[in-house]
Design a protein around this ligand. Sequence first.
Ligand code: NAD
Ligand code: UDX
Length: 481
Amino acid sequence: MVKICCIGAGYVGGPTMAVIALKCPSVEVAVVDISVSRINAWNSDQLPIYEPGLEDVVKQCRGKNLFFSTDVEKHVYEADIIFVSVNTPTKTRGLGAGKAADLTYWESAARMIANVAKTDKIVVEKSTVPVKTAEAIEKILAHNSKGISFQILSNPEFLAEGTAIQDLLNPDRVLIGGRETPKGQKAVEALKGVYAQWVPEERIITTNLWSAELSKLAANAFLAQRISSVNAMSALCEATGADVQEVSYAVGKDSRIGPKFLNASIGFGGSCFQKDILSLVYICECNGLEEVACYWKQVIKVNDYQKARFVNRVISSMFNTVSGKKIAVLGFAFKKDTGDTRETPALDVCKGLLGDKARLSIYDPLVTEDQIRRDLSMNKFDWDHPIHLQPPTSPASIKHVSVAWDPYQAAKGAHGLCILTEWDEFKELDYEKIYESMQKPAFVFDGRNIVDVARLRKMGFIAYSIGKPLDPWLKGMPALA
Ligand code: NAD
Ligand code: UDX
């Protein structure tokens, strides 16, 4: 029986290994982590992450050919194939701080593999890493190999949160990069054999190591670039009376462009896009490619601009101050169908409103009060360092923030309401009831373009939606900074 071990039981390691276990009954899969609480949760009825369909897959395989354990060394020792799916956050200090990927967790995993292994291993980079990382990992492993053969493969993950199980069951492609040597190619074939259990062969792409590593950074940069492009257009739409949804539709109908990932928003969030573009920028700079670095940096600048623009719009619309006013915030997760708040744009918007002394009442169907308070008290970039390594923060330190258990409670007595995550339930709310319960004039700011602003305006709301023709009320307001 082939044995697989995955180091890192997070958003990628957990779901990916669960699907491998489901589709490969003859493979034994162990997911290991240094976080005791995370592993305990994987072994309980309350999984540590929410993904539609995940619980079902885990329940089918757990205890049969899928195991979650903190005994990292035992499972690494026994495995034939070791996936490394640890976090690779942005460095917060030292050389490259604020841009470069922090490979501390990766390096410590590699050193542990080198120490523990007694037989040949295939080591798979599942984490997103800077191009050429495999070369560094090879050096660490080779230096300690005691005559053992280690083959390094790059097998980046393309799943998106909220749709992880569907993405894993039916991927657009699986990418495997390996050394162009007989041993390297044999390792590529072995990993290909695992995916071929359910992924059609033509969707399994094999490349050299550096192409695979770089393709992951490139894919995230391209996706984020589309969002910044449409968000930049949304500002121009508001200035001219064009409607960004009509523009996106017309542009996306060109088969060379395609319709996906053209939704204007308050900006992209999530643990990957910003981190990976910053890493790409740093790699370009290290290679003396200043213009290329500047090009990609602009994607993040526009994203920051979009978040700030939204905050300014809220404040300027409400008579240039939100001081002491109650603002209901609907949605805190970085997108729907996940409880993940890493780099959520909602956080920047909330901080911007708190900066103007607003009182916030936040509701999200999946994010806990504890998480919201922790996020609001965290420094930039701290979010992607494992939670168990965070110093505890005092929830009481976040003033002027309350967390509501339903959207109506959040909106009661509020002067304005901001929709920051595109949860389906926000489309179906009783906005008449919400209007009645709010202070007048009552404002709605839809940061995700999910509500019908024309309908809301008929009810009496002053309604703003990203990139849409402005409410007549807002046209007379001071120009945005
Ligand atoms: P995560 O923080 O959810 O999980 C990483 C886990 O690794 C943590 O539980 C941590 O405790 C564990 N860990 C760290 N060092 C360890 C060690 N030495 N030994 C054992 N366990 C260790 O991160 P994630 O979201 O799953 O991302 C993992 C990687 O995958 C990152 O490189 C990320 O960029 C990439 N990625 C993420 C996504 C996504 O949607 N989240 C998608 C594609 C790729
Ligand atoms: C992303 C990539 O899509 C995935 O392939 C990669 O493996 C990890 O990073 P993820 O961050 O989980 O996945 O979610 P994604 O659906 O890409 O959304 C990222 C952010 O962009 C969210 O905040 C989302 O709301 C926003 N977004 C997405 C838009 O603002 N507009 C869009 O059209 C699409």
